[in-house]
Design a protein around this ligand. Structure first.
Ligand code: CMP
Length: 138
């Protein structure tokens, strides 16, 4: 079974879209195994987005993700990473396929509504930033 970390970003959390976003992923057959609302601080954001450190958009990205609360979730299922990335769509909402989460709920590339893990290795690292083992259910 594969796992993925999903973050409903501040822009989507404040617009009341968390239920819709999580519901789409559950509706596609992925199992929700952990859920938490929190306000990320700078250190947590820099850890989560460490692979993007040094890129021109890094500071803006950290600024957005720490601006207001996020909702973090763990989903589990066969091929969870790819299935969720398909549902979420391309990074830039303007380039995402119609019917994808980012196309429907994203405003622009930074405020694209949702983050989803891009590999099993990164998923495990990201999950450990947000959840203790005992907070994840099976
Ligand atoms: P996310 O899935 O949260 O992972 C990294 C984020 O960086 C990505 O979604 C986008 O919000 C953001 N991002 C990626 N590329 C760019 C870019 N060229 N300009 C601004 N933000 C970007």
């Amino acid at each position: 079974m594969e796992r993925s970390l999903v973050l409903v970003k501040p822009i989507a959390t404040e617009r009341g879209l968390a239920g819709a976003i999580i519901g789409r992923i559950q509706g596609a057959g992925l199992k929700l195994t952990a859920l938490r609302m929190l306000h990320m601080d700078k250190a947590m954001a820099e850890q989560h987005y460490a692979v993007h450190k040094g890129k021109p958009f890094f500071n803006d990205l950290v600024e957005h993700i720490t601006s207001k609360p996020v909702i973090a979730a763990v989903f589990e299922g066969e091929g969870a990473i790819e299935r969720i990335r398909k549902l979420v769509g391309a990074t830039d909402p303007a380039k995402a396929e119609p019917g994808t989460i980012r196309r429907d709920y994203g405003l622009d590339i930074r405020r694209n509504s949702t983050h989803a893990s891009d590999s099993p290795e990164n998923a495990e690292k990201e999950i450990a930033i947000f959840f203790k083992d005992k907070e994840i259910f099976r």
